[in-house]
Design a protein around this ligand. Structure first.
Ligand code: 1GP
Length: 255
């Protein structure tokens, strides 16, 4: 009996409950932190040591993705990660080539800040034959790129312009258009390695107008910036570059 119950819980957690767990955390007023792993940048042999630090930290999710994956490393990296953690592994794909059935879920992204049909709907259509062959939990996500003070890879690859942070109402209305179109998450993104993270006033305005969870990422490098994003209204914060540059940052984020 105990074994059956255990397996049932694991299977529910791994396959269908990423989104519900986010909602549950929000209800309990618990903040969430995703560690972003870029398959193009990570060295697989360093992952065991990296994950020892992840598990001592407040991290709750692993996101895997990047704007590009020229060497098609996503599947290999996801498989290596799955051997090292029970945290939910969620794909955050830059394009259709970064889909693997071996993750737990996928942010099904539409780049709402841009006007490039390739990233609004075309890549999504191309992904369907692949997704139909998986059991990934698919989470419709409105992705909004705001100007983080430097040209980002997302901007270059998607051939779109980010929204200036001063256009606060446009950012809010874009988020609401996403929510009204049925997105289940909004991801406010300053871009990987951004100089300036998304401003508190923007996070606050978007969150106070939304009834779906809000993800914030891009350029967050310190505990203070992380706490600031949380206290401004982010439900889940994504950090990648700061961990890539210096794993000692995990020291500041111990449980
Ligand atoms: C990028 O939001 C993520 O898509 C994380 O950004 O790499 O700057 O932490 P950083």
């Amino acid at each position: 009996m105990i074994l059956i119950k255990y397996r049932f819980q694991i299977s529910i957690f791994a396959t269908v409950n990423i989104y519900n767990n986010i909602l549950f955390s929000i209800k309990k007023e618990e903040k969430l932190l995703a560690v972003l792993i870029d398959p193009e940048k990570v060295a697989i042999k360093k992952l065991p040591n990296f994950f020892a630090k992840v598990h001592q930290s407040i991290a709750t999710h692993i996101f895997v993705g990047g704007s590009t994956d020229a060497d098609k490393q996503t599947d290999t990296v996801v498989l290596a990660i799955k051997k090292l953690t029970h945290l939910p592994v969620v794909l955050f794909p830059g394009n259709v080539s970064q889909i693997t059935k071996n993750a737990d879920g996928i942010l099904f992204l539409s780049l709402l800040s841009g006007r490039n049909p390739e990233y609004l709907i075309e890549q999504q259509i191309k992904s369907i034959p692949l997704l139909k062959e998986t059991e990934l939990e698919i989470i419709p996500t409105g992705y909004i790129l705001v100007d983080g003070g430097k040209e980002t890879t997302t901007q270059k690859v998607s051939n779109t312009k980010p929204i200036a942070q001063k256009n606060i109402n446009l950012i809010k209305n874009t988020a609401l258009a996403g929510a009204f179109s049925g997105k289940k998450l909004i991801y406010l993104e300053a871009g990987s390695g951004a100089k300036l993270p998304v401003e508190s006033t923007i996070i606050n305005l978007v969150k106070s107008n939304l009834s779906i969870p809000l993800i914030v990422g891009g350029g967050i490098r310190t505990k203070k910036q992380l706490d600031n994003a949380f206290s401004s209204g982010a439900d889940l914060v994504v950090i990648g570059t700061a961990f890539e540059n210096d794993e000692a940052f995990f020291e500041d984020l111990k449980k």
